[in-house]
Design a protein around this ligand. Sequence first.
Ligand code: CXF
Ligand code: ZN
Length: 378
Amino acid sequence: QSAGKPIRCKAAICRQAGEPLVIEEIMVAPPCPYEVRIRIICTSLCHSDITFWKLTVPPACVPRILGHEAVGVVESVGENVNEVAPGDVVIPTFLSECGECEDCCSKRSNLCSKFPFKIHPWMPRYENSRFTDLKGEVLYHFLFVSSFSEYTVVDINHVVKIDPAIPPNRACLFGCCIATGVGAACKVANVEAGSTVVILGLGSVGLAVAKGAKLCGANRIIGVDVNPDKFEIAKKFGVTEFINSKDCGNESLSQVVKEMTGGGADYCFECVGLASLVQEAYASCRKGWGKTIVLGVQKPGSQLSLSSFEVLHSGKTLTGALFGGVKAKSDLPLLLKRYTDNELQVDEFVTHEVKFQDINKAFELLMGGKCIRCVIWM
Ligand code: CXF
Ligand code: ZN
């Protein structure tokens, strides 16, 4: 009975960069053609939300509804939507899969070219917003998801229908960290059994890389972090050795890795978002076949410096991946199946859960360093 009408509900709005989110009543417009209005069940906080919450320069903009790791129920659908119906449980995804473009038709890419990924304040198809505050002011979208709201509107190309039996406080993690980390190991790097993996940064994405590497049969999984407490935690995720990058003395991290591994790691994953660490990761990989995968979100404008001579001589590969190379609609259900088959455990990722009204607590927890994932229940 709400279909076709605006919905009044609560949302957590970023009104000023770096200031606590403000919970306000807002209006959520009905979905346009090819769009889906979703009632969010729960959402989790990702470091990218914090990055964009703090950011004061474009592509940042306020007032904005952040949040991009979520699960919800379809409330209503716009015209031309046949893939999902009201009542379906769905994960909204920041990457589109139109299923028709050159990228969607190729197994080599997950970067839909019909609705390309961008840090954008609008809906992908109509370049406008479905959110207004009670004064009628437009509220901006985030990553085509904006899940810090009781209701959101998402393009059908950004919606994946899932098994409603999956616990929502686990399902939501597949909207970013699990797909990004596990996908990076299993799909982008295609980690070979018996190999040695180095993970720079043991946040949720780094730990998800460890899970993925373990699933692929990696022999040694070396975690690197500045926080020594991370090793105990990371062991549960498959990390077998630890380097505190602050304790490398006169040596560079890559020198330490090369000594430990007898020449360099087979795979190196940068999960922090620092250009200098991407360079260290590349230097830590074994000549001839080492692969470096960049997952960390860098500051806008940050540049890499690599010796072209070394690139020529090394035979190494450097690549990056959004969403772990995972295609939202084609691959996410397969990853979820590995979870329901108990092959991939994700319980350990959820260290905290809060109510929507306490969403700012989730920010404090994640920034505090002891939290891996905090689920926010609507
Ligand atoms: C990121 C990927 C790079 C841009 C911002 C969002 N993904 C998820 O956290
Ligand atoms: Zn994220």
